[in-house]
Design a protein around this ligand. Structure first.
Ligand code: IPE
Ligand code: IPE
Ligand code: MG
Length: 251
């Protein structure tokens, strides 16, 4: 039986986040340069979007480029930016046809103007769509995001817009770039690495983590659904005991 057939449609996570890792290694295994791996990673992005949309996931966050990735060789950074522009342009109409929205989170000011411009264009072109919301983390890091939120809160306290007493987890959520989006219930990382690499540190506080050896360009729809099945077979206790979860009437 395929993994898709094993999915319980009443327990679909609303939000799945993915660290798409392993493009460079995938290319190296084929005797090619890292850029070749990034180019082939695009097919896996398409597959993950389709796989998420098909089962009714509402939000899919994809870690495409981290703040730390600016420290890679200029040749690779430039190639990634060029690839981004090309993919945004070529995928726009297909995404629109499938009723998909795009939201970019990250430091837009650090993006080359061409990339920032294309990002804005595609966001507004798809903004009225009502299907899957794809959140693209671009020049993103969680510590950057958290510091930004803290600065905005401090400034609003100073202006008298909010009182220090009003600062709560909910208020903090509303200052993050993921405001109004539920926290991911599932985080997938490919390529065998088991770390968060500065990704959604606050939002992943209670997420189920799923690690696979598959390198990103090899990750396909069935791999996505396998992760969903793994998620559905876990018991999420949120600090309670297993008995409390199994028999909710027990106090
Ligand atoms: C992920 O693949 C893509 C980006 C970080 C942009 P990598 O480029 O990190 O590939 P590996 O980890 O070196 O194999
Ligand atoms: C994390 O992957 C960032 C993205 C997938 C965009 P990296 O390959 O940059 O992470 P590290 O450096 O191995 O932690
Ligand atoms: Mg990597």
């Amino acid at each position: 039986m395929s993994f898709k057939e094993q999915i319980d449609s009443s327990k679909i996570p609303q939000h799945v986040a993915i660290i798409m890792d392993g493009n460079g290694r995938w290319a190296a295994q084929r005797g090619n340069d890292r850029i070749f791996g990034h180019e082939h990673g695009v097919e896996a992005v398409r597959a993950a979007i389709k796989a998420a949309a098909e089962i009714g996931v509402k939000h899919l966050t994809l870690y495409a480029f981290s703040t730390e990735n600016w420290n890679r060789p200029k040749f690779e950074v430039d190639a990634l930016m060029t690839l981004l522009v090309r993919v945004i342009k070529s995928e726009a109409s297909e995404l629109n046809k499938n009723n998909i929205r795009i939201n970019v989170i990250g430091d837009r000011n650090s993006l080359p103007p061409k990339v920032a411009g294309e990002v804005e264009k595609i966001e507004s072109m798809l903004s009225q769509n009502t299907g899957l919301n794809v959140i693209l983390a671009l020049s993103y890091s969680s510590k950057w995001e958290i510091i930004n939120a803290v600065k905005s809160i401090a400034s609003d306290v100073k202006k008298g817009k909010i009182d220090t007493q009003d600062i709560s987890q909910e208020l903090f959520d509303s200052y993050l770039s993921t405001a109004n989006i539920p926290d991911p219930e599932l985080m997938i990382r490919t390529s065998g690495e088991r770390r968060l690499s500065n990704f959604l540190l606050w939002q992943l506080a209670y997420a189920e983590l799923y690690f696979t050896q598959k390198l990103w360009p090899d990750f396909d729809k069935e791999d996505f659904w396998e992760a969903i099945c793994s998620f559905q077979n876990r018991e999420r206790r949120f600090g309670k005991t297993s008995d409390q979860i199994k028999k909710p009437n027990i106090k």
